[in-house]
Ligand binder design. Structure first.
Ligand code: FES
Length: 113
């Protein structure tokens, strides 16, 4: 997704959650942010119109990059699983994912790093 860094915030347009396909628009459940300025991507999940969760998708077990899907994230290394709110569902990981504070306005999502 497109994102811009402003001071210590990342700004993402809410419209990133709309996917256009064959003239039809579909809602995305999550968008992935990658940048050289961050070691691992951040995955933003849309929980509702007014609620977003920003997760740092580095596994809390040994540090592999997680694979996101709509409802959960899976670690390719040893199989840990996290919910889309970052809570451990299956080990070997024992710690929830790092989360960033999120605020929104009509147009944008702001992630506080
Ligand atoms: Fe993710 Fe081990 S590094 S389960």
């Amino acid at each position: 997704a497109q994102a811009s860094f402003v001071n210590n915030q990342i700004v993402v347009k809410k419209s990133e959650f709309i996917e256009l396909k064959n003239d039809q628009s579909k809602q995305r459940k999550y968008v992935l942010l990658k940048s050289d300025r961050m070691g691992f991507p951040i995955c933003i999940y849309k929980q509702s119109e007014s609620e977003f969760t920003a997760l740092y998708i580095q596994c809390t077990h040994r540090g592999c990059e997680l694979q996101p899907s709509d409802d959960y994230l899976v670690c390719p290394c040893h199989g840990s699983e996290f919910s889309n709110t970052g809570a451990v569902q299956h080990g070997p990981a024992e710690t929830n994912l790092k989360q960033f504070r999120v605020t929104i306005d009509n147009e944008n999502i702001y992630i506080l790093l």
